[in-house]
Every structure is written in structure tokens, then in C-alpha cells.
Design a protein around this ligand. Structure first.
Ligand code: ASP
Length: 314
């Protein structure tokens, strides 16, 4: 694997291999010395043109646990036009000898531009591009689901037959897109539940079923309910009447979470709008995997950096 730009490019075998390597990486986190010498001498650049808490820190911890050098480059606030600034920045990073660039950008496709440009000879990891994709989020979600379902016997397994319902702002969600491709590649059945205004105009070609009734979806007892954040920063119009109306119809409130089967899990990629798409009790319930997702994110990003930079499978 040279770059990680989209989960659409990841085969089932590659996905299972990454999840298995992440299991090994998770074991490292339980050791007294949480560090491997694997990427000593390699330089990983975190190039973030958009805000992030979890993802940036997670990649930094992951790279450091593998003994790579990490440079954090926050390009926010640059006044240069985006095309020029990406090229200039990439060439600067190339001159500094970056081996991998982890990029987050508000423009969908920016990581692909970087990978195809020839401006820099480094492994490119998409850490979220506009409304397009966020592959490591989907991988950590798949890892979290697999662990909850199979516990310590998870290695080698896929997600065949697992039912996953994604709820909310599908339209603006790169997390949803990456999950749709990856989870179906791993054999899960994915359904979308959202107001029509927060669905893409067409979902033709997406391997999903679509519905508009959250209560019916909850009563069907899915294995996984993944709530998505309302992406207010990407909204330039009113997509729903008001916050109270949204949470009444589309929010995972206490009553809905109580109706889920006890074994179902509740996921959210963060940051959460508590009280809007998810209630505080639902977010903090035993069924919620929100903090596990954060912890698993480090293991997944270690696995991805390892695959990209060590040049061979484990
Ligand atoms: N943190 C995720 C992302 O960057 C999800 C979100 O922001 O809602 O896409």
C-alpha cells in the first residue's frame, strides 16, 4: 500500500490485514513501554488545513509510538490560494524529507491531488477531505465493531452479516462515505436513516438501503447505530426547521437507546453535539463506544503508518 486516500480502494483482504495489524498495535499500548522502534528515522508530517482534535493528536501519538519523527504543520489561515499553497507546501515538505504526509483539507480530493502531483514523493494519508472521505475513521470504526462482536477472537475475521445503521447528516459526512465502502467490503449490511434534505440527491451506486424513519430503524434492532454530527460549518442553508425538531425526529434520545437490543452498540465519530444528534445518556451509556473509538484510532493509525512506511506486510 503506497497511499491511503479512499476506503473504496481497499480490498477485503487488505482491510482484514490492517485490522489484524491494529490488534498487534493495541497490544503495544498495554505494555509498560508503549513504543516500537519500527519507524525510527522516518518523518511523518501532519498537514492540517482544517480543524481537528482527535485525528491530529491520534496520528501524532501513533507515529511517536512507532518512533517516527513528527512535524505538525497547521496551515489554517493561509491567504494563498489553495492550489498554490498546497503545491508550495508540498514542495517544502519534500525538501525537508517527509516520508509520509497526513493531510486534512476542506477540499474534497486534495489528498489525491497531492498523491498524483509529483510534488512530493511520500506516502499520503487522507485524514479527512471535505465531504469526501475519512478512511482511518472508517477503519477504526470497523475495528471497534469487530472487537465488540468477537472480543479477543477478532483476528482474521470480517463483518459478514453485521447490520449497521448510519443516522443523520449523511450529505456532509466523509465518515459516512468511508464507512459505507469499507463496511460493505467487509460484508456488513449498511442502511442510512436521515431527513431527505440531509441525504445526497442520489445514492445510486451506493451499496446501502435508505429510509426516513428512525423509530422503525431502531425497532429493527441493528447491531450498530452510528450517529453522525450535524456539520453546521458546511451548511449554508436551513436543512431542518430547528435543533429541537431535529433531535425529536432524528436524535438518539434516552427512549430510543432504551429500545435497542442490549447487545447493539452506539457509535459517534466525535465531536458530538450532545442534545442534538445524541443525548448525554446515550453518549455515556454502556452501549456507547465513543471512547473506545478514540483509543482504537491510535492502533489503526499505527497500523496504517506501518503499512505505508515499513514497505511490507506484518
Ligand atoms: N471528526 C470527524 C470528521 O472530521 C467527524 C465530524 O467532524 O463530524 O469528519
Amino acid at each position: 500500500m503506497r497511499h491511503l486516500l479512499s476506503t473504496k480502494d481497499v480490498t477485503r483482504d487488505e482491510a482484514i490485514a490492517l485490522l489484524d495489524i491494529a490488534e498487534d498495535m493495541a497490544d503495544v499500548a498495554n505494555r509498560e513501554v508503549k513504543k516500537l522502534p519500527t519507524l525510527r528515522g522516518k518523518t511523518v508530517v501532519n498537514l492540517f488545513f482544517e480543524d481537528s482534535t482527535r485525528t491530529r493528536v491520534s496520528f501524532e501519538v501513533a507515529a511517536k509510538r512507532l518512533s517516527a519523527d513528527v512535524i505538525n504543520f497547521s496551515a489554517k489561515g493561509s491567504s494563498i490560494s489553495k492550489g498554490e499553497s498546497l503545491k508550495d507546501t508540498a514542495q517544502t515538505l519534500a525538501a525537508m524529507g517527509a516520508d509520509a504526509v497526513v493531510i486534512r483539507h476542506s477540499a474534497s480530493g486534495a489528498p489525491r491531488v497531492l498523491a498524483d502531483s509529483g510534488w512530493i514523493d511520500a506516502g499520503i494519508v487522507n485524514a479527512g477531505d471535505g465531504t469526501h472521505e475519512h478512511p482511518t475513521q472508517a477503519l477504526l470504526d470497523a475495528f471497534t465493531i469487530r472487537r465488540r462482536l468477537h472480543g479477543s477472537g477478532a483476528r482474521g475475521k470480517a463483518l459478514d452479516g453485521v447490520t449497521v445503521t448510519l443516522v443523520g447528516d449523511i450529505l456532509h459526512s466523509r465518515v459516512a462515505r468511508s464507512n459505507i465502502w469499507l463496511l460493505t467490503t467487509l460484508g456488513a449490511a449498511v442502511s442510512l436513516v436521515a431527513p431527505a434534505t440531509l441525504l445526497p440527491v442520489s445514492t445510486t451506486g451506493w451499496p446501502v438501503s435508505v429510509s426516513y424513519d428512525l423509530d422503525a430503524a431502531i425497532d429493527s434492532g441493528p447491531d450498530v447505530v452510528m450517529m453522525l454530527r450535524i456539520q453546521a460549518e458546511r451548511m449554508n442553508a436551513a436543512f431542518f426547521p430547528n435543533a429541537r425538531e431535529y433531535s425529536r425526529q432524528w436524535g438518539l434520545d434516552d427512549e430510543r437507546v432504551a429500545r435497542l437490543p442490549a447487545a447493539s452498540i452506539v457509535m459517534h465519530p466525535g465531536p458530538m453535539n450532545r442534545g442534538l444528534e445524541i443525548s448525554a445518556n446515550a453518549a455515556d451509556s454502556a452501549q456507547s463506544t465513543v471512547l473506545e473509538q478514540v483509543a482504537n484510532g491510535v492502533s489503526i493509525r499505527m497500523a496504517v503508518l506501518y503499512q505505508l512506511l515499513s514497505g511490507s506486510a506484518a
